[in-house]
Design a protein around this ligand. Structure first.
Ligand code: TNX
Length: 540
């Protein structure tokens, strides 16, 4: 049962086990009540045990105690299972929460079920001591809900899956050319018009196809508040992304005056129904700035996170080159070119966010034309942007597409459902190193951490998202949390051995992961695996 993922810093095992029973109690001391509530709910669902709130460890030695230990780092925890019961201590409630996640793994895969399958089974925690702490403070997952909308329940489920893997930053990609997914009260057409597209490109290559089926959806501000609160209970910070000045066709379709009206007829634009880099970008006008300040004002009220992501990626400059308005702006500001105009645009929101006590983060294109003072960078086009930013003293989140883009295929085989050619296998992800050797230790301190990105052009529902995300997210979680050696020295065989236990957990969670061997989910023949015809009736 100690096949833990992500691998903890240190485990010392002895013989014996704590057996949870009907009279076992859970006691959450000062500052850990929220974790206690989460843990008792999760374990009650799975085990059917009452786990009543207790005062202290029982004489029986089968209770669970949660408490803070100010001597530990903020996300650090210690889990001791011995004749006294199970004690989880953390430097903060977050540390205790990660310890509670470890406890769930120690209880076995059935601890991930939503209802007990067998009443008579024992729930045991082996005697051991675990000392553990994360390598990085930013252990992120980015989910693109713009290309394909994911209903709120799916987002909450993703947060649960992140928590189970000790990931703590949810980068919520809320807007793009293909859809605007967050209600903004002062600009209602962003969702009325911007959240729906009439059809979606499905085919690839020379002869694209469209499905002729409307697609859309958005989160109300109440939904967003619920998502943020749900994440907070799981010690996950939600970083919202509102993409500017590129990836904005959905917004322009809703409010045509946001586009370069002197270059194209923006009234003719609708929410984009295909993929790729879109030429229709925001006009660099005062009207656009005021409009988006209004958007960000509402965003700041909904999301308490220190960082706010403003996109900044893939902004073709062609319309700005042809626009008299954009050119006048370049002259008026004394800028050299369109790249500097993009920097000015991002710089405006950097100061605007800083004045409100927040920090801007953007994709590495925001380096072009000069990086705004306090800005942090999501390095996606390899490491180069991250290296340049760290050297210039900016904070960085490493998420190079060559390693941690989970929309890329995970196997070269012809049956892989993804039309993207690049292969990023489970082992590739496991051998991903977020801190490139080029950085000095001083510069490396600017690497806040790392993030896996799930772009959903080819994922129309959460089963496809599961398939692309798992099992690779388990490897990614270990890279983000555990103190692994250099890539070549990593023990992938040991990781695979632990994955055998982890697949059972993913099964219990109902995740449609890519199986390590055997037929892919849609290739299973009816009647082969599954419940035997004359098997026992399901237990109640
Ligand atoms: C590049 S990563 C993009 C996304 C796409 C992704 C597909 C980034 C900042 N931009 O818009 O969805 O590639 O892999």
């Amino acid at each position: 049962m100690t096949e833990l993922i992500p691998k903890p810093r240190g485990v010392v095992a002895t013989t014996g086990e704590v057996r949870l029973a009907a009279h076992s109690r859970l006691h959450a001391r000062t500052g850990t009540q929220g974790v206690g509530h989460w843990l008792s709910t999760a374990l009650r669902q799975a085990t059917g045990l009452p786990l009543r709130e207790g005062r202290e460890l029982d004489d029986a030695g089968d209770g669970i105690v949660l408490q803070l230990d100010p001597g530990l780092g903020p996300e650090e925890y210690r889990l001791v299972s011995d004749w006294n019961g199970v004690l989880i201590e953390g430097g903060s409630a977050a540390g205790v929460f990660w310890g509670a996640q470890t406890l769930r793994q120690l209880l076995g895969p059935d601890a991930y079920r939503r209802a007990p399958i067998r009443r008579d089974r024992a729930w045991a925690v082996p005697y051991l001591t675990i000392e553990d702490a994360p390598r990085f403070r930013w252990r992120g997952l980015m989910l693109d809900v713009a290309r394909h909308f994911m209903p709120k329940e799916g987002v909450l489920r993703s947060l649960d899956l992140m928590a189970a893997h000790k990931l703590n930053v949810f980068h919520f990609h809320l807007t793009d050319d293909q859809g605007w997914r967050i209600q903004i009260e002062r600009h209602p057409r962003l969702t009325e018009t911007g959240s729906w597209r009439a059809r979606t490109k499905t085919g690839h290559g020379a002869s694209p196809l469209w499905d002729e089926k409307p697609h859309g959806g958005y989160y109300t501000q109440d939904d967003i508040r619920e998502i943020v609160a749900y994440a907070a209970e799981r010690h996950i910070t939600v970083v919202p992304e509102i993409d500017v000045p590129g990836h904005s066709q959905a917004a322009i379709a809703a409010y045509p005056e946001l586009g370069n009206t002197d270059v194209i007829d923006t009234n003719a634009l609708s929410v984009w129904d295909t993929w790729g880099i879109n030429p229709n970008v925001l006009a660099p006008t005062d009207n656009t700035l005021r409009f988006y300040e209004g958007v960000f004002e509402e965003v700041l009220e909904l999301f308490p996170s220190e960082f706010v992501h403003v996109g900044g990626d893939e902004c073709p400059k062609d319309q700005w080159r042809r626009s008299a308005t954009a050119q006048a702006r370049i002259r008026e500001l004394g800028l050299a070119d369109e790249d500097e105009l993009q920097s000015w645009f991002i710089g405006h929101f950097d100061s605007w966010l800083s004045a409100r006590g927040r920090r801007l983060i953007g994709w590495d294109e925001i380096l072009q034309g000069g990086l705004a003072d306090g800005a942090a960078v999501s390095s996606w086009r390899g490491y180069a942007g991250g290296i340049a930013a760290a050297r210039a003293g900016h904070d960085v989140v490493m998420c190079p597409e060559q390693q941690v883009y989970l929309d890329h295929r995970q196997d070269p085989g012809p049956d892989e459902p993804v039309p993207i050619g690049w292969v990023r296998t489970l082992e590739d992800v496991y051998r991903f190193e977020p801190v490139p050797p080029e950085l000095t230790p001083e510069e490396a301190r600017h690497v806040l951490g790392t993030q896996a990105n799930v772009w959903t052009e080819v994922m129309e529902d959460h089963a496809r998202v599961d398939y692309q995300t798992f099992p690779r997210l388990a490897a990614f979680a270990e890279v983000a949390w555990s103190a692994l050696p250099a890539p070549a020295e990593r023990d992938f065989a040991d990781f695979e051995r632990r994955m055998t236990a982890h697949y059972r957990r993913l099964d219990a969670l109902g995740i449609a992961y890519r199986p390590p061997a055997g037929p892919l989910p849609w290739q299973r023949r009816p009647g082969v695996p599954g419940r035997p015809k004359d098997g026992p009736p399901p237990s109640r």
